[in-house]
Design a binder for this molecule. Structure first.
Ligand code: B1M
Length: 211
């Protein structure tokens, strides 16, 4: 791995927001593939998570690392775009109630959008009812996608999906779920239609679901 990629890893982990965009560009100029650069930043966040778990760093440090990663993703965004063009339909996305993590959800939204969907992003800490309301506002929605990044918000994901499953429009939509603690088994158990592990496979699955 190039020294530049290693430096990018270090600067994301250290939360150096001002340096990260330039380093992302340097890595690209050096010939690194956009997806590899993204994965390098994700692995830096894994290290940040490990350090947090071991009490070596605390929430503020996690937050600045997240900001740095977001700045880097902004540089990559146009390069990760796949097709665009005609809309494959609407996708409503959000992180479930009680959960403030948005980098993974934003990546999923970005990849789904670049796969040709119109994305309605409800943000983080989304009350269950808001997903229903957003569908009522956009009755041509094809997919509702929910992220949960904490084990403690898995019950919120379960409840949100349960609420969607009760709706009269359920047969007209597909429900996709994901996030680090989520598994295919859990997704099936709570009655979602699809689980994917990462943003790229979420976009591929979304296309498959509306095909
Ligand atoms: Co928090 N956090 N955090 N955090 N945080 C984790 C998730 C944690 C694993 C760290 C750790 O302890 N090792 C841990 C959770 C442990 C657990 O659940 N068992 C944790 C904790 C404990 C907490 C707090 C409780 C800490 C506290 O306050 N004591 C707190 C909770 C706040 C809340 O949400 N209510 C908290 C807060 C925060 C910050 C706000 C400081 C910040 C988030 C900032 C932000 O997002 N804007 C933060 C961060 C940065 C992290 C880590 C370090 C990085 C998360 C991240 O962005 N990863 C994280 C450790 C880690 O992930 N290794 C950690 C990169 C991102 C690309 O990955 O989000 O997994 P991820 O998304 C992936 C896949 O999951 C998937 O695709 C994405 C990539 O392709 N995916 C989907 C996601 N959604 C999908 C949806 C799909 C399909 C795939 O279909 C719909």
């Amino acid at each position: 791995m190039s020294a530049l990629m290693d430096e990018l890893f270090d600067k994301v982990a250290a939360g150096k927001s001002k340096l990260v965009p330039g380093l992302v560009q340097d890595c690209l100029d050096d010939g690194e593939a956009p997806l590899d650069v993204l994965n390098k930043m994700i692995s830096a966040m894994d290290l940040v998570g490990e350090r947090f778990k071991n009490n070596e760093i605390f929430v503020p440090e996690m937050l600045v690392a997240a900001r740095a990663m977001k700045k880097g993703v902004e540089v990559l965004k146009p390069l990760l775009a796949e097709e665009g063009g005609t809309s494959k339909g609407k996708v409503i996305i959000g992180t479930v109630a009680g959960d403030l993590h948005d980098i993974g959800k934003n990546l999923v939204a970005m990849m789904i959008e670049s796969a040709g969907f119109e994305v309605i992003d409800l943000g983080v800490d989304v009350p269950h009812e808001r997903f229903v309301e957003a569908y009522r506002e956009n009755p041509d929605t094809k997919i509702i996608a929910l992220s949960a990044l904490l084990t403690t918000t898995m019950p919120a994901l379960r409840d949100a999906v349960a609420l969607l499953n009760e709706q009269d429009f359920r047969k007209d939509i597909k429900i996709m779920v994901g996030g680090a603690p989520i598994t295919a088994e859990f997704a099936a158990e709570i009655g979602a239609d699809a689980y994917t592990e990462d943003a790229a496979s979420a976009a591929a699955k979304a296309k498959e679901l509306v095909a």
